[in-house]
Design a protein around this ligand. Structure first.
Ligand SMILES: O=C(O)CCC(=O)C(=O)O
Ligand SMILES: [Fe+2]
Length: 694
């Protein structure tokens, strides 16, 4: 295989470099990563530095460091020899890399697995071990002149820096300070990546989405953009900061921290103008090293998510002979389980829940602890390229706040959501129980392969949970939100066995159920910290308010109005001052998006929405995906005391008056409106306290 730099200037992108559509970077304009924290290692307050590092490691899995102590001249010289190396002829480079009969110094193009790759990547790479230096340096390239001297000195400095960062991480995690000072960090490597200018940057990548299969990586990325981090369904560019290092948490450290730190996925995009050379310092364990959650981080309430494995086995399944399934099998306690999911304990294999645990169940939960058969249950697990029918199936559970960020990973089959915190409404739901006929779909955080499983609601580790067959469970405390809709909702007098009726959920008299048809609606208002009103469905005839007017703001900051004509909250809702309130609007129907004056929405999906009368806070977030022509929007705001009827204008009238009556959205455009807040009250009935009803 010929190195890319030997032929890339011929001006065209060979077919074998054109990635399948879902893996292409497409539009390369992504938000620059102001949000990837830049941390000053010379800050006076060590505890504060540790706090920042931990926070960044959890939230992003990435941070940049400045004032790190590595001399700037050395960074510049290293970059220079790195660039000079890749500027040499292919033959010269190959000759320089043949010094070790064991082949420890590797030169390749695209990836290790070039011959087996379906698609190639736009990069060349040189990598070699760097410790102990006196045993390795003899195998490194001797040319360009000064390579060994400069990169040798650089690797010593980077080794010191990596030890320092690991110590800070240990302190933050609560591990002994020298936790990694052993075979866990025994085999660091230098890698010099080179991404020549690319004729078609939107069709290919320098590196595909990946997690680093190591402990930490310290990257000198020079001055050219290219690195992007995947967070909450969006790509964030890591903006070069002069003489900063980019540090990222490797997958192994995610595992050792038992999921406390995030081995974030990232990729490299190319550009058509500038060649980009980067120098990575990878902290790797020895091949035989056993990797698993640190004992100090595992206890009854934080059970180990991963099981111990030998590093070499992991590396083979990750890189040498990539096999996703084998990898899952190897690292997860229960095959196919992601980090938000725990292995079943007590409910596995059909065993009943531990009686000691049951004893502490509230009475309603005991009822729902009875296995529930969920017919025709479908979970959000889609394979690549399939259109998404989330909205067509009965129940939707959304893990994490980033509902709009939910999107398939371009590696195939997972939807991403961020699990944020415990959600009382989910517990309530569990306590209320579900009955036959409910359909459920979940959006889970990681690669959890769940299809056609038996779902039971039960207790795991003392916490309500959804258990999938006998394999694993999602804890209530990991679920941020769940909505339930029955296909054929039986309301009130029809009753739903074992489940709270809608009236029960929303409180008496709040919703006109007279007009509810099949496939229609559930209105939920659930107590606890996150009160929530959900009205969904089409064909609802609401009383009280004729139409709601909601102004939207798209990525370009354009505001406009959307009339919500078919889903209206019957009774005015008061969003109280100081309450943290979220409004989500889900619309159905592509035509709505194209109606001028109804609001230009980004086709990317998640758009922040401002509700008239409520101060708009925060900026617009792009991202997400149009899914089966369903768009989601979300706002978060701190409302002053504003009633729903304050947002309500008469959109229809306004549009009519301005001669735009054809733009009045038709009934059916709005699929769902959801208001969630710390303190959402029904105006007439006062605060709804679900607990008092139980
Ligand atoms: O070159 C870069 O910006 C990142 C390289 C990287 O992610 C890697 O080598 O694993
Ligand atoms: Fe990487």
């Amino acid at each position: 295989m010929e190195l890319l730099s030997s032929w890339c200037s011929n001006g065209s992108l060979p077919k074998s470099y054109v990635l399948p559509p879902e893996a292409r970077p497409g539009n390369l304009i992504v938000p620059l990563g102001k949000s990837i924290p830049v941390i000053d290692l010379q800050g006076n307050d060590r505890n504060e530095t540790i706090r920042q590092i931990l926070k960044a490691g959890k939230e992003f899995g990435f941070f940049q460091i400045i004032n790190h102590g590595v001399p700037k001249d050395l960074m510049d010289e290293t970059m220079k020899v790195a660039e000079e190396f890749h500027a040499m002829s292919g033959l010269d480079k190959e000759r320089e890399c043949l010094k070790d009969p064991n082949g420890s110094c590797k030169l390749y193009t695209s990836s290790y697995t070039y011959p087996r790759e379906e698609f190639h990547l736009w990069r060349d790479a040189l990598t070699h071990p760097c410790r102990p230096l006196d045993q390795q340096i003899q195998f490194w390239p001797e040319n360009p002149t000064g390579y060994r001297e400069v990169v040798g000195e650089y690797s010593v400095e980077l080794w010191k820096l990596s030890c320092r960062i690991l110590e800070l991480l240990c302190e933050g995690l609560g591990l002994s300070i020298n936790y990694f000072s052993n075979e866990l960090s025994e085999a660091p490597k230098i890698m010099i990546n080179h991404y020549p200018p690319c004729p078609e940057p939107s069709l290919t990548l320098g590196l595909r989405k990946h997690r680093d299969p190591n402990i930490i990586t310290i990257l000198h990325q020079g001055q050219i953009n290219g690195l992007q981090v995947f967070k909450d369904g969006l790509w964030i560019a890591v903006q070069p900061v002069p003489h900063a290092f980019v540090v990222n948490i490797g997958y192994l450290l995610q595992i050792i921290s038992n999921g406390k730190l995030n081995g974030a996925e990232h990729r490299v995009v190319t550009n058509s103008r500038d060649a980009r050379t980067t120098v990575s310092f990878f902290v790797y364990p020895s091949d035989e090293c056993l990797i698993g959650p640190a004992k100090a981080l595992v206890n009854a309430s934080n059970p180990a998510i991963y099981k111990p494995f030998k590093f070499a086995d992991f590396y083979i399944a990750s890189y040498v002979k990539p096999d996703k399934e084998a990898l899952k099998e190897l690292i997860y306690k229960v095959p196919g389980v992601g980090s938000t999911v725990v292995p079943l304990d007590g409910v596995a294999n059909g065993r009943p829940p531990d009686p000691a645990r049951q004893a502490v169940l509230p009475s309603r939960l005991e009822r729902s602890a009875t296995p529930v058969n969920v017919e025709d249950q479908q979970v959000v697990k889609r394979s690549r390229g399939e259109s998404d029918e989330v909205m067509d199936i009965g129940v939707e559970a959304i893990l994490g706040k980033q509902v709009g960020g939910v999107m398939p990973s371009d590696e195939g089959d997972v939807y991403q959501g961020t699990v944020v915190r415990a959600n009382p409404s989910f517990r309530d739901m569990l306590m209320g129980g579900l009955s036959d006929g409910h359909k459920i779909s979940l959006i889970l955080d990681l690669d959890v392969d769940i299809q056609e499983e038996d779902v039971k609601f039960s207790m795991v580790n003392g916490t309500p949970a959804i258990c999938f067959s006998d394999r694993f469970a999602v804890l209530a405390s990991d679920v941020n939100e769940i909505e339930i809709r029955e296909e054929e909702l039986r309301l009130g007098e029809h009753g739903v066995s074992d489940a709270p009726s809608v009236e029960d959920e929303v409180g008496e008299g709040l919703v006109d159920i007279g007009n509810v048809q099949e496939d229609s609606m559930v209105a939920r208002k659930v107590g606890g910290e996150e009160n929530r009103v959900v009205l969904r469905g089409s064909g609802l005839k609401m009383l009280g308010i004729g139409s709601n007017k909601i102004s939207t703001e798209d990525d370009q900051g354009v505001t406009d109005n959307v009339a919500v004509t078919d889903v209206v909250i019957q009774e005015p809702v008061t969003l109280n001052a100081d309450a943290h309130t979220t409004v989500r609007i889900v619309e159905r129907g592509a035509d709505l998006a194209h109606k001028k004056g109804v609001g230009r929405r980004s086709a990317s999906g998640l758009t922040e929405v401002a509700v008239k009368g409520i101060p708009h806070v925060g900026g617009t977030r792009g991202g997400g995906r149009v899914r089966n022509q369903v768009r989601r929007k979300q706002i978060t705001c701190q409302p002053s005391r504003v009633g729903l009827d304050d947002w309500v204008g008469n959109m229809d009238r306004e549009l009519e008056e301005s001669g735009r009556s054809d733009e009045i959205p038709s009934v059916g455009d709005v699929d769902q409106i959801l208001i969630a807040g710390d303190n959402v009250q029904w105006r007439e009935n006062g605060s709804f306290d679900r607990n008092s009803k139980q």
